[in-house]
Design a protein around this ligand. Structure first.
Ligand code: MLC
Ligand code: AMP
Length: 496
């Protein structure tokens, strides 16, 4: 049986989840996921790795559906809640999903796809208390469990496949390193189609018998109220969220500041990750909350790999040391391992590393060295025993608000606009978002482009966080002697 389920049986009386104003015990979660697993298994004994996509808002419903898919032997494919239809269709088709579970609020968005596709559609509301529990299959640890879509350096997003063993290892290493226990209570403000929310927050909490409190989306006033309410003692977020909380705090009174500091200084742990934590944000947050953020480094393909210590010095501007069970090496452009203080690519090996990119054997092969190290594409060096991130190898990978975004994917969409003949997309450094997206456009005619209309047009094709915030109109893109666009030059034009 899955370790997560076994642990939950042990904690069945404890509160697992607080969402939508209700408290749910581990027993409730076990029963609900068992019933839904039975609904998913009307004839079959085992879903045998069938892909089940779900578009369910964060909360008890999300977790019961995720656990049900696992318990029925399926592969869980969590969908982004902010993707427009073309982006959802891409995932549903690419993963070959046979079932789609969605909240009522998303059914009108998904309807055009459901009407034309050969897919079983289930409304989340119809799942409650349906079906008598049946015998559920035993799930071997090496079976595929989840596909999370991530952007890469080539066009469309890729599905990252993790097995139950990978997920177990990703959770177990964090539970140990960050001293999780059943008495913890964490607030989740993150989207649940990425590892930061799915693994680090929700799965680590539920593995440990702890309580996870959900909000539907990040909103600073509500989040500060919950964090200072005395119940929650662990928090994890991307740097943009800490930046937004600091901004919100600065508009409050001195009396409020004192109350907030008193409450937040009681926390057991606060973590930052998914993007570089600016030293200024770390220091300001420490002054506000009395909490020195623990910065860690990870990736969809590997879970978390490097972390500052739970006990010990949390060095600003550094990501710390390899997590238990994770092997790390730094290699130069020739593939040779380098030592301190030289820099190179971070490569990772161990049971936390994903199995494959879904249906993309060539991309999987290219993602690893011949001796099985995963190439992260991130540059780092080891500085006095602590790793320090220096940047990404590809200028086409943008990080904004903690999301990884492919410049090429946005360029592909922009080139289909009737007024645009060519374009170049880059990430522009930004204190709030890490990077914001800049697009240089080459227009087909001399007529000016209506940027408001372009924004509306893009919103039908891309989620809000992938929409460029800055534009430049050029006659041609900067190019080198070979005619290749020089993105570094383009980036500099935006920053200047
Ligand atoms: C949104 N907006 C942006 C933006 N995203 N503007 C610039 N850049 C962006 N990236 C704009 C919107 O268009 C809107 O403006 C306004 O901001 C509010 O939008 P919103 O959607 O309400 O934003 P908000 O909810 O405030 O989102 C901010 C956020 C969110 C930080 C909460 O980006 C988020 O949840 N990020 C976390 C992503 C995550 O979990 N990553 C982990 C990946 S796993 P307008 O003008 O349109 O109204 C990973 C591995 C690891 O990385 O190591 O963890
Ligand atoms: P994703 O593919 O969305 O999982 O994003 C993974 C990427 O986020 C990594 O490859 C890094 O580039 C970046 N990242 C994660 N944590 C950190 C961190 N602490 N500092 C800098 N970059 C980070």
């Amino acid at each position: 049986m899955l370790q997560l389920i076994e642990n939950a049986i042990h904690h069945s009386e404890r509160t697992a989840i607080i969402s939508d104003g209700c408290e749910y015990s581990y027993g409730d979660l076990l029963l609900a996921s068992e019933q839904i697993a039975s609904t998913l298994l009307p004839q079959e004994q085992d879903l045998s790795e069938a892909r089940v996509a779900f578009m369910v808002a964060p909360g008890f419903d999300y977790v019961k559906v995720q656990w049900a898919i696992w318990r029925a032997g399926g592969i869980a494919v969590p969908l982004s809640l902010s993707n427009p239809l073309p982006a959802q269709e891409y995932v549903l088709e690419d993963a070959g999903c046979s079932t789609l579970i969605a909240d009522e609020q998303y059914s009108s968005l998904l309807k055009p796809y459901v009407d034309k596709a050969d897919i079983r559609f289930i409304n989340t509301a119809e799942l409650s208390s349906k079906a008598d529990p049946t015998h559920l299959p035993d799930i071997a640890q090496d079976r595929r469990a989840m596909i999370i879509y991530t952007s890469g350096t080539t066009g469309k997003p890729k599905g990252v496949v993790t097995t139950h063993q990978n997920i177990t290892s990703q959770i177990a290493t964090l539970v140990k390193a960050w001293a999780w226990s059943a008495t913890d209570c964490i607030l989740n403000v993150l989207p649940l189609h990425h590892v930061h929310g799915v693994i680090n927050v929700v799965s680590c909490a539920l593995w440990s018998g702890a309580c996870c409190v959900f909000v539907k989306r990040f909103e600073p006033t509500q989040v500060l109220t919950l964090l200072t309410g005395g119940k929650i003692n662990v928090f994890m977020a991307v740097p943009t969220i800490y930046y937004k909380l600091i901004n919100h705090w600065s508009g409050l009174t001195t009396k409020e500041h004192k109350r907030i500091k008193k409450a937040l200084s009681q926390f057991r742990l606060m973590v930052s990750g998914s993007a570089a934590l600016p030293v200024s944000v770390m220091e300001e947050w420490e002054a506000i909350s009395g909490q020195r953020l623990l910065e860690r480094y990870g990736m969809t393909e590997i879970g978390m790999a490097i972390s500052n210590p739970y006990s010990g010095e949390r060095r600003a501007g550094h990501i710390g040391q390899a997590l238990p069970g994770v092997q790390i090496r730094i290699v130069d452009e020739h593939g040779a391992e380098v030592g301190t203080p030289n820099s190179g690519e971070i490569q990772v090996k161990g049971p936390t590393v994903f199995k494959e990119y879904w249906n993309k054997p060539e991309a999987t092969r290219k993602g690893f060295t011949l001796d099985g190290w995963f190439r992260t594409g991130d540059m780092a060096c080891l500085n006095e025993g602590s790793y320090r991130i220096l940047g990404r190898m590809s200028v086409d990978i943008i990080k904004s608000g903690g999301y990884k975004i492919s410049a090429l994917e946005i360029e592909e969409v922009l080139r289909t606009h009737p007024a645009i003949s060519d374009c170049g997309v880059v990430g522009i450094p930004d204190p709030e978002w890490d990077e914001i997206i800049g697009a240089s456009l080459i227009l087909k005619t001399a007529d000016p482009i209506d940027f408001q209309a372009l924004k509306v047009w893009l919103k039908e094709r891309l989620p809000a966080y992938k929409i460029p915030r800055k534009y430049m109109i050029q006659q041609d893109l900067p190019r080198n002697a070979m005619g290749k666009v020089t993105k570094k030059e383009l980036k500099a034009l935006f920053t200047d």
